[in-house]
Design a protein around this ligand. Sequence first.
Ligand code: 7TS
Length: 416
Amino acid sequence: MTTFDIDRIRADFPILKREVHGQPLVYFDNAATTQKPRQVIDALVHYYEHYNANIHRGIHALAEEATARYEETRQKVADFIGAPGPECIVFTRNTTESINLVANAWGRKNLGEGDEIILSTMEHHSNLVPWQMLAQATGAKLRHIDIDDEGRLAGDSVEQLIGERAKLVAITHMSNVLGTVNPVRQIADLAHAQGALLLVDGAQSVPHLPVNVQELDCDFLAFSAHKMLGPTGVGVLYARHELLESMDPFLGGGEMIRRVGLEESTWNDVPWKFEAGTPNIGDVCAFGAALDYLQELGMEQVRAHEVSLAQQAMRRLSEVPGITIYGPKSDEARGGVVSFNLEDIHPHDLGTVLDRHGVAIRAGHHCAQPLMARLDVVATARASFYVYNKEEELDALIEGIQAAVRLFRAPAPTRT
Ligand code: 7TS
């Protein structure tokens, strides 16, 4: 059940006041990126109007203030995911870059011929392609955990594949297509029992449910600020401190060094060793406001709200003739992402009609082409929810779908 005041939350999001094609905006594309509350927009403007400066190197007041705010956000991120300290938090551009950082800085040093990287068929391309590139460079082998008919990781497949050659298991916490929430704590135990590490793709979980890296016992966690009310251009890599210490840098340049000679250099402490060049200072500072906003709502409540919306959406969608809904049905096994297909209507056509009704959904392969192949579809339509969505908005979704059905499934005119 929803326990927070949706109308008050909605009032914080200026974009929700706009109309699309003369209809109120219904934004159901939150798995792609979320909207930003006034608090985050103001924090960004405040940075540029009051303390814009480069960090870690200035001795003037603005530089000190910018450095303090930037590092304060690192602490907020650590608190948000239950990390032992801010030294475990590296700022990147997005989830994709965080995963590439691990593949390059950890993978190239630690993987070789015959080692196995365990993935699943439900991964986003950003948790597939970096490992394919790494496998090609090192001779490591990729293995993929399959899914069952409900869109969950197939239990036997998990245990069979995480064997003694496994060096890394890289798995999504929540699928951006199926909504499946994977049992990452159990997977961590299986991986660690074989001496393998666990990387969790948290792009769809950290924004939507309580995540504690120490409880999950993961070694790496990657996620993006823009999917959790924050600005684009900021990603996070959490890693255990000793792993970061043991890893070589990914990018070289300013900031990440301690001393530079003409022939060689030494590295800065972690996490700065992994933050070469001027980072995205303003957006990181504004991300702090997004974390405050979510903390205040409470992640348990965020989760409960989305579970409730997803259940209602699935119940109402299932009444549409000829619909297929993907992913698990039960609350605990899924989050607020609902993918579906309508017989005879391409998701892009459906998406276009919905757009005319002011409803933004995503239609396509969702950067999960192997999953589309596994489901034997070319694309799906996807509605994904967040804190500002409300039950009444589902009416517009259903009405739009009915309009598409009328348009595309209209019986052929009969000749008289
Ligand atoms: N992993 C998962 C599970 C995702 O859903 C996404 C983005 C990423 C990684 C990559 O995040 P980025 O911030 O680096 O781009 N997912 C989607 C989506 O479902 N629609 O648009 C982007």
